[in-house]
Design a protein around this ligand. Structure first.
Ligand SMILES: *Cc1c(COP(=O)(O)O)cnc(C)c1O
Ligand code: SF4
Length: 353
């Protein structure tokens, strides 16, 4: 699979109502969304991702993730920087919320502009910032002179939008810093542009272990043969794969969909890592679910599938990620805890003082 494949996909990216209408039967709501919300929050869709859409069903989970909706213009709670990343930037495009790890946004580009993106202030934005080699050097210098940083999360935008040589340069520079123990990449390309995972890219990545990758599947429909093959190539390069999903109303906020998603992921060696409560990103009110929905889903998964297929449900706050777990302690006595079991019964477990 040569470079031309993914570059060709990007060159043929769908950005107009006419081009999209040639692929799916757009309904009036979508057409209005494209003309209104699509002006406010830019959109783009790879031909590959558009090919996963049901051409006849506007409720298709792929369509809803990628096609602008009029509801995006009605979101009083949405904010530009929902988890307060901007005030925590000690160097260009670097976000340091934790002592030992940083997130490093190396590009503002993505193959598809997800409608629920929490980095809309960067992705496809005119004031996305400076991603020049000079800015990269500044970020690297900060990491190099900060010995507490042991984990660097390379993110964006989508880091794999960069050419292989730039990726090699970034990973090589990080590897050259002795205190950086692990590097991870956050990328949605296996989902939106699986052609990007070329053998050449994998050859670059596997030279920089320990390297971890987190991808972002939200719906079992996204586990198409090309995406599965992309994950297999990454796994064959020895890269442990995780998945971060966003809980999205009407897309994946029910147990059968989430069960199919997590089980489909572990089949292709991708471990469900986080399930995010939808961020307070601008234009996403129509995607947000009650926290109780997320809790009910992870609770149902816990009883009914492989333990490591169950993601941690988190609310991403400006003060860090908060993991939410279904309440399983029913009662405490002086020397025992009463627990709620997966079958609904209770169990009394002795609890040493
Ligand atoms: C999520 C996040 C990380 C990584 O958190 P983990 O829980 O270790 O996956 C690091 N930095 C920032 C700013 C983050 O938002
Ligand atoms: S791939 Fe991630 S960063 Fe890019 S638009 Fe989607 S959610 Fe945002």
């Amino acid at each position: 699979m040569p470079d031309e494949c993914w570059r060709g996909e990007l060159a043929r990216t769908i950005r107009t109502e006419t081009d999209l209408a040639a692929r799916v039967r757009l309904d009036e709501r979508e057409r209005e969304g494209i003309r209104s919300a699509g002006e406010r929050y830019p959109w783009r869709i790879t031909p590959y991702y558009a090919g996963l859409m049901d051409p006849d069903d506007p409720a298709c989970p792929i369509r809803r993730q990628a096609i602008p909706a009029p509801e995006e213009l009605h979101d009083p709670l949405g904010t530009r920087d929902p988890i307060g990343e901007e005030p925590r930037s000690p160097a260009p495009n670097l976000i340091r919320l934790y002592r030992d790890r940083v997130a490093w946004c190396v590009t503002a580009a993505c193959p598809v502009n997800c409608r629920f993106c929490f980095r809309k202030r960067l992705v496809a934005s005119p004031d996305a910032g400076d991603y020049s080699a000079a800015a990269r050097r500044e970020a690297l210098e900060y990491i190099a002179r900060t010995p507490e940083i042991r984990d660097v999360l390379v993110t964006g935008g989508d880091p794999l939008m960069l050419p292989d040589e730039t990726i090699a340069d970034i990973l090589g520079s990080l590897r050259a810093i002795g205190h950086v123990e692990i590097v991870r990449i956050g990328t949605r390309t296996p989902v939106t542009l699986p052609q990007r995972i070329t053998p050449e890219l994998c050859a670059v990545l596997e030279q920089h272990h320990p390297l971890w990758i987190n991808t972002h599947f939200n719906h079992p429909k996204e586990l198409a043969p090309e995406a599965v093959a992309a994950c297999a190539r990454l796994a064959a390069a020895g890269i442990p794969l995780g998945n971060q999903s966003v809980l999205l109303k009407g897309i994946n906020d029910d147990v059968p969909t989430m069960l199919a998603l997590v089980q489909g992921l572990v089949k292709v060696r991708v471990r469900p890592y986080y399930l995010f409560q939808c961020h307070l990103a601008p234009g996403t009110a129509h995607f947000r679910t009650p926290v109780e929905t997320g809790l009910a889903i992870v609770s149902a998964l816990r009883g009914s599938t492989t333990g490591f297929a169950v993601p941690t449900y988190v609310v991403d706050t400006p003060r860090g990620k908060v993991a939410l777990s279904p309440q399983t302690i029913v009662e405490r006595t002086p020397d025992a805890v009463v627990l709620r079991c997966p079958d609904g019964s209770t169990w009394t477990e002795p609890n040493p003082r």
